[in-house]
Design a protein around this ligand. Sequence first.
Ligand code: HEM
Ligand SMILES: *[C@@H]1O[C@H](CO)[C@@H](O)[C@H](O)[C@H]1NC(C)=O
Length: 218
Amino acid sequence: MFWSLLFAIFATFLRSVSAAESVTVYDSETGLTYSQNFALYKADGRGITFRIAISSDVSSSSAYDAVVQVIVPNDVGWAGLAWGGSMTKNPLMVFWRGSSSQPVLSSRWASSHSTPQPYTSASYTVFKTGTKSNSTHWQFTALCTGCTSWSAAGGAIRYVQPNGGNRLAFAYSPTKPSNPSSPSSGITVHDVHAYWNHDFNTARNSGFEAAVQRLLER
Ligand code: HEM
Ligand SMILES: *[C@@H]1O[C@H](CO)[C@@H](O)[C@H](O)[C@H]1NC(C)=O
């Protein structure tokens, strides 16, 4: 009895530790199942929730669209997601709140560890559905075209693989961009960055194309 109780407590502990890896979340508002990771930026528990949904039809080493849903505490100045898991030479999705509190998504690319520049090979369409805010958080849901494939050094094409884990990275700054209403605004360097392994296999949705079409029409 004692040992089985102890084992149960230990097993629960292990589960909560491994919960730092991807979990699967169904969002009824957008009608998609997302693979989710939480990226901590403050020791008090504050962090950004990154959710990704893709189609079940995509094959490995191909370019495909992704829906990304991000939940952001209101104290974030700007934050970014690096689709290739590092700052340089991969598509960066940088985001903040604009002048009317609407989300601003800025597609960027960094060739070195200095301010990333606008990157036109990836584009984001923010959906009305799944984009909202309250007194503590804001969230957006967007379709990205061009985030899962890019040209690396030497002309090689790199892919975010749809059937397993991919290393992603994020960066956080408490400082607002200098010109928040412009997607090409200047930003100052992050305070925090981190990496994780994001499971894309559990991000696959069989009704992806139809759900995206519905979200685009709303
Ligand atoms: C003004 C804008 C930015 C500046 C000046 C900047 C500068 C830097 C510098 C100097 C480092 C090296 C730190 C070290 O070696 O300890 C670094 C690392 C890093 N930055 Fe940035 N950064 C900027 C924006 C971004 C953005 C938008 C992202 C992601 C969306 C990002 C993600 C990262 C990551 C993941 C690292 C770790 C090293 C690596 O993966 O290359 N940074 N940054
Ligand atoms: C505030 O909004 C966020 C993002 O949509 C949500 O996760 C959170 O549950 C909301 N909090 C309250 C108290 O409604």
